[in-house]
Design a protein around this ligand. Structure first.
Ligand SMILES: Nc1nc2c(ncn2[C@@H]2O[C@H](COP(=O)(O)OP(=O)(O)O)[C@@H](O)[C@H]2O)c(=O)[nH]1
Ligand SMILES: [Mg+2]
Length: 443
């Protein structure tokens, strides 16, 4: 494969910029742009050692470091040379241009990682772990991505594939010797299929948590006017984000802010107070509030401590029957009658109860702590493939009693092929290209 080169650091001024070259001719290309007094020729470079030198391209020079990584123990599985220069936009571009003049081709998005995959360094799901690692914003995303990138998920899937393939092969062989082998091979295959159904069901059951890890939890703040919804958003985010006044109808549009709680992202949406109104703009805001509340994972129903719910509030609650509603009694700092209703008592003004509220939001959707010691399915592509594999296996499982071996084999092969889409064993080129196109240049 042709040697490729790209700028691997973000576009913009920075302390360091890295130009990476990968392929059989990495050293030959590097030799045309990087010089060090320590070596007569770059082909004498000791792998994994940084050399201080000068990059020269088209008359422009920079002082930099160069390092050689020797195939096959490299990120891509090929020879790699990296030039670490100063992180100026123009400098890295000139060095890249020099590499291209020296015979390298500009790499496509994610092409280094794609080569790693094609060279058997990474499973497809490991490569996807690399992208989500780069894109991770919360602690939970980072932890889950790390597990995926380091092959935690792919190892499980490979193991499933292997067991299934074994059963498929034995059943196929038995077709030639039905008398001697068929019954026994079906019995063994049935055990395998039953066991795999259980394993896949377990993995699939993590997907709900996985989607909260990946997308965050959508939290809508809902209630009548002036109960302190916008103040609660401000208290949760620690910012003076929403306008707060004593005038009902201040918030007319919805506002979204993200925070991290218990390692997860919360997408918090402040809405317009729900009430009957003749104001056209406010009315649109109110409709939007109802809509947002309906689509959220958790609804914070804000009311005031020490007073009964009024008619309007009861109506709002009625319309939220299908949502996960957390009762929040605000303005707890004000003197009020004894109130022992179930819910979280807070003061958006003083910040009292806000940490408790954050924990309660997470507890609302996730039972117990997120267990990072096992696999969590966070990627919808993986979920979809797992689900198809599972459905085919269930189909097979239910057919062992009476279906001919050939029919069972169809379902088992379907399941095998679906699992292979996750690891990349059976993924076709369009899936692979779609995945790597989501990468950044230079990765
Ligand atoms: N004492 C007290 N006043 C609050 C508290 N939260 C909000 N308020 C006041 O209640 C009024 C309405 O607040 P706002 O956040 O705009 O309510 P929204 O209409 O529900 O968004 C403002 O005058 C706030 O200062 C609180 O926890 N304690
Ligand atoms: Mg408001």
């Amino acid at each position: 494969m042709q040697t490729i080169a790209a700028i691997s650091t973000p576009v913009g001024a920075g302390a360091i910029g890295i130009v990476r070259i990968s392929g059989d001719d990495a050293l030959k290309v590097a030799e045309k742009v990087f010089y060090t007094s320590k070596l007569k020729s770059l082909s004498d470079a000791v792998p994994n050692m940084m050399y201080y030198g000068t990059a020269v391209a088209d008359g422009i020079s920079d002082k930099c470091l160069g390092v050689y990584f020797k195939a096959p123990k490299t990120y891509t599985g090929e020879d790699i040379f990296e030039i670490h220069c100063h992180g100026g936009i123009r400098i890295v571009q000139e060095i890249l241009k020099g590499c291209i003049e020296a015979g390298a081709r500009a790499a496509d998005k994610g092409e280094f990682t794609k080569r790693a995959f094609l060279n058997g360094k990474l499973a497809l799901s490991d490569a996807e772990g690399v992208i989500s690692m780069i894109n991770a914003e919360s602690e939970a995303q980072l932890k889950a991505s790390y597990r995926s990138m380091t092959g935690e998920l792919s190892r499980s899937i490979y193991a499933f594939e292997e067991k299934l393939l074994d059963a498929i092969a034995t059943m196929e062989a038995s077709l030639d010797y039905p008398e001697e082998m068929e019954e026994e091979s079906r019995r063994v295959a049935e055990d395998t299929v039953n066991a795999l159904c259980k394993e896949l069901a377990k993995l699939l059951s993590t997907a709900k948590t996985g989607s909260y890890v990946k997308q965050g939890i959508d939290v809508a703040i809902v209630g009548i006017a002036n109960v302190g919804k916008s103040s609660t958003l401000n208290a949760l985010t620690g910012k003076d984000r929403a306008i707060v006044t004593e005038i009902a109808g201040t918030t007319r549009d919805s506002l979204e802010e993200r925070i991290e709680a218990e390692g997860l992202l919360l997408n918090i949406i402040d809405t317009a107070g729900i009430r009957e109104t003749d104001d056209k703009v406010e009315k649109l805001g109110v409709d939007r509030s109802r809509d947002i509340a309906g689509r959220s994972d958790v609804v914070l129903f804000i009311t005031e401590a020490g007073r009964e719910l009024n008619k309007e509030e009861k109506e709002i609650l009625d319309s939220l029957k299908n949502a996960k509603v957390l009762y929040v009694f605000n303005k707890d700092d004000k003197p009020h009658a004894k109130d022992d209703r179930k819910g979280i008592f807070i003061s958006a003004k003083t910040g009292e109860g806000i940490d408790k509220l954050k924990r309660a939001i997470v507890d609302c959707v996730i039972d117990g702590n997120i267990d990072f010691s096992g696999n969590i399915v966070t990627d919808s592509r993986h979920y979809d493939a797992l689900k198809r594999a599972y459905n085919s296996l269930i189909q097979a499982k239910n057919s062992f009693a009476d279906a001919p071996t050939e029919c069972l084999l169809v379902d088992m092969r379907d399941a095998y092929s679906a699992l292979g889409e996750i690891t990349g064993n059976t993924a076709d080129e369009s899936i692979i290209n779609a995945i790597f196109s989501k990468f950044c240049l230079g990765k």
